[in-house]
Ligand binder design. Sequence first.
Ligand code: PLP
Length: 370
Amino acid sequence: MRRSIYLDYNATAPVRPEVIEAVASALGQTGNPSSIHEYGRAARRLVEDARAEIAALVGSKPARVVFTSGGTEANNLSLKGSGRSRILVSSIEHPSVLQVHASAEIIPVDNQGRINLSVLETLLDEEGENTLVSIMMANNETGVLQPVEEIVKLAHTKGALVHCDAVQAAGKIPFNCEELGVDFTTISSHKLGGPQGVGAMILGKGLEIVAQQLGGGQERRRRGGTENVPGIVGFGVAARLSHEGLSDMSEKSRARDVMEQKLLAAAPNARVFGLEVPRVPNTTTISMPGVPSDTQLMVLDLEGYAVSSGSACSSGKVQASHVLKAMGADDKAAGEAIRISTGWNSSPEDLDLFADAWIGLFQRKGERPE
Ligand code: PLP
């Protein structure tokens, strides 16, 4: 029988069974959370219970959680609504950050994918007061973590605000927005095992945002539009379960490290991107010398492994990854990288089997080291 092993959690996680149940039940319940009758009040309770779960996951207060249609909207809202006109973004941000302001200035990263703090400092010395710095907590392709606390301290000293895209960090590492002092944080439900099309922007203490979706006064006038009640309910359940699951993450990182050691022992000329710096526990991006990533994806898919390439292919056309190129990879190395990402329903055995398939392919088609 053909295997079917899903190792693409950073693209989207399978929806958790408890989420499916909660969403189905919410869909069966009538009520607009803004209505004052019994039905409306019941819907409001569902939304507020979910808001509390999201606040608990990220270490904030429920009143600072703004529900959106996903990570993309939360990033757009933060970058457009912060009130700051000068925007600094790192070179490895998600397109939903990189493409918001054509005039955004770029902060480079080193060959491990960590931002260059001295360049950031120089840029902030030019002008801090009017500036928003947008830095992701964990990169979606490599899993590399940024020193967010240091970045926030530096930015605040210079009068700048900080937005942090924590879509790929939430549920994988513990963090506390309030202790970090981040001004705007983005998270997304479907990376946690919740439904797609729902996310949140979390405001820092005492901050406000200029709404970008105008209409009703929902979400304390920060985001107009009737709330996606079933989606928000599912998001809340996924946030609670991800929060509880944080304690299992050391097992995930052990299994990931064992797999990487196995792959590198078989192919010492392969590169694991960000190997030398802290990463989230579930992500590996590795190149297979001599084998283009689309060939790897097709062969592995036929063998029953769902992984993805480090290339941006949301539009169907494959381009070398801007993240890997920013880390100094040439087109060839960037074009030979694939991403393996695990999650709540993965087992160490999944990675063990995957490693055998990857090594088998490398031995058939890869470029052996001299
Ligand atoms: N930011 C990062 C780092 C992501 O990985 C993604 C999704 O891939 C997003 C933002 C966008 O989130 P959504 O799919 O909820 O719009």
